[in-house]
Design a protein around this ligand. Structure first.
Ligand code: RB5
Length: 145
């Protein structure tokens, strides 16, 4: 599974932690930046990661900013992306099972490192349930047309 990862300066430290965890656990990653704690604009990174996921170059994406809010708003503007901002593992599981979320957004200034890594693990391991959720996701995507 290829996972795109990106952050702005507000999510830089957690991005490095999450990327390290992913690589240490055998996941292939591509880091879309930012590559230092210097200030940058989260929509630039969100767009690059979201586009890679929407075009199928990456299976999933993880975006981190201070709150996760800016990243999730920006990513959800790219057709084909279903980005979910998660601050707990229950939501992370439901985001995959119910919403087939292909991008996870996290907030470094909100969610501690330990919980954030648990959220990432649960989100990656959970699968879309289909069934009654299938037509709801189809309706969601039809809004883009
Ligand atoms: C940067 O200060 C901060 O606004 C950004 O990381 C993010 O929280 C935006 O939603």
């Amino acid at each position: 599974m290829k996972i795109a990862i990106g952050s702005d300066h507000g999510g830089y430290n957690l991005k490095e932690e999450v990327r390290g965890w992913l690589e240490g656990n055998g996941y292939e990653t591509e880091d879309f930046g930012t590559f230092s704690p210097s200030s940058c604009d989260y929509p630039d990174i969100a767009f690059a990661v979201a586009k890679a996921v929407a075009e199928g170059r990456m299976e999933k994406g993880i975006l981190i900013c201070g709150t996760g809010i800016g990243m999730s708003i920006a990513a959800n503007k790219v057709p084909g992306v279903r980005a979910a901002l998660c601050g707990d593992t229950f939501s992370a599981r439901a985001a995959r099972e119910h919403n087939d979320a292909n991008v996870l957004a996290l907030g470094e200034r909100v969610t501690g490192r330990g919980l954030a890594l648990e959220i990432v693990k649960v989100w990656i391991d959970s699968k879309f349930s289909g069934g009654r959720h299938q037509k709801r996701v189809e309706k969601l995507m039809s809004i883009e047309k």
